[in-house]
Ligand binder design. Structure first.
Ligand SMILES: NC(=O)c1ccc[n+]([C@@H]2O[C@H](COP(=O)([O-])OP(=O)(O)OC[C@H]3O[C@@H](n4cnc5c(N)ncnc54)[C@H](OP(=O)(O)O)[C@@H]3O)[C@@H](O)[C@H]2O)c1
Length: 275
């Protein structure tokens, strides 16, 4: 039986690459995004307009897939962005928008898809978090909060739904080439209050993210392969990483928080000096 995957945020970056990869592997792919015209076009890829912060749109997305295919094997909650900016300056309305997209969008789609997956006695929810669900940096407070929330939510959900043959698992990408950094840094600047005392922090984090983007990032195609593995492993793991260095960073932040903070601040200052 041909498998069906629903991927949110399929108009760019990892979601775009994943839509192409799953289709190449013979899956029926439904990609959702606000810029529906940017979702890849290929046989077996169906592009649907979707804003994950809109419940009616989420409902229409899941219903359209189920009406046509009568099943949904995998939901990839990938849509997300970084509402960067200093905690003191970010309007809380922007922080709420961050949660609506990165966390509640995934939660809403999951509630909609679970009755289908339970009825078919199989299914997988793949939640695209970040190493930033465990590690953190200045200006990313609300982003990291959404990803940490997504991870704990996924772990609780996994225990609830495993008896029905359905699993909820997490992928934690590290720095990956996509539009993510540019969008996050755009928000960091927009969210600065006039004459903000945090302008230097924004410059430092910009230098770090830009250096990271050009030097150590994985490609979106690399991450698409990890999404595929998470979707197809016979016995899925609780967490998936692309690189050993990503896993090591998470380990360091959780096991040796003081060392992590020291190393991070040193790297941040070094990137700012090199700029
Ligand atoms: N790139 C990295 O370094 C990195 C690292 C760790 C984790 N991540 C996570 O990986 C995921 C994919 O990011 P990416 O790097 O591929 O970024 P990207 O190139 O900016 O792509 C983000 C995708 O999310 C979609 N999106 C954003 N808001 C949406 C909304 N309200 N409704 C529907 N779709 C929405 C965008 O589509 P539209 O704008 O067309 O709606 C776009 O297709 C995100 O969850 C991100 O937080 C990224």
């Amino acid at each position: 039986m041909t498998k069906v995957v629903a991927i949110t945020g399929a108009s760019n970056g990892m979601g775009f690459a994943a839509a192409e990869l799953f289709a190449k592997q013979g899956w029926i792919v439904y990609g959702g995004a606000r810029r529906v015209e940017k979702i890849p076009t290929a046989e077996h890829i169906h592009a649907l307009k979707l804003d994950v912060t809109d419940h009616a749109a989420n409902q229409a997305f899941i219903e359209a897939i189920f009406r046509k295919e009568k099943r949904i094997d995998v939901l990839i909650n990938n849509a997300g962005y970084g509402e960067y900016g200093p905690v003191e300056d970010i309007p809380l309305e922007h922080a709420r928008r961050q949660f609506e997209t990165n966390f509640f969008g995934a939660a809403d789609l999951t509630q909609l898809v679970l009755p289908i997956m339970r009825a078919q006695k199989s299914g997988r929810i793949i939640n695209i978090s970040s190493i930033g669900g465990d590690v953190y940096m200045p200006l990313g407070a609300y982003y990291h909060a959404t990803k940490a929330a997504l991870q704990h939510w996924s772990d609780s959900l996994d225990i609830e739904i495993a008896p029905f043959g359905v699993r909820s698992i997490v992928v934690q990408p590290g720095g990956t080439q996509s539009a993510w950094s540019e969008i996050a840094l755009g928000h960091a600047r927009e969210n600065l209050k006039p004459d903000s005392v945090y302008t230097t922090s924004v410059d430092k984090v910009s230098a770090l993210l830009m250096a990271n983007e050009s030097a150590v990032s994985a490609s979106s195609e690399d991450l698409a392969k990890v999404f595929y593995k998470a979707a197809t492993d016979r016995h899925p793991k609780r967490r998936y990483f692309h690189a050993l260095s990503d896993r090591a960073m998470v380990w360091l932040a959780r096991s040796c928080p003081r060392v992590f903070k020291k190393v991070f601040v040193t790297v941040l200052n070094h990137a700012a000096k090199k700029k």
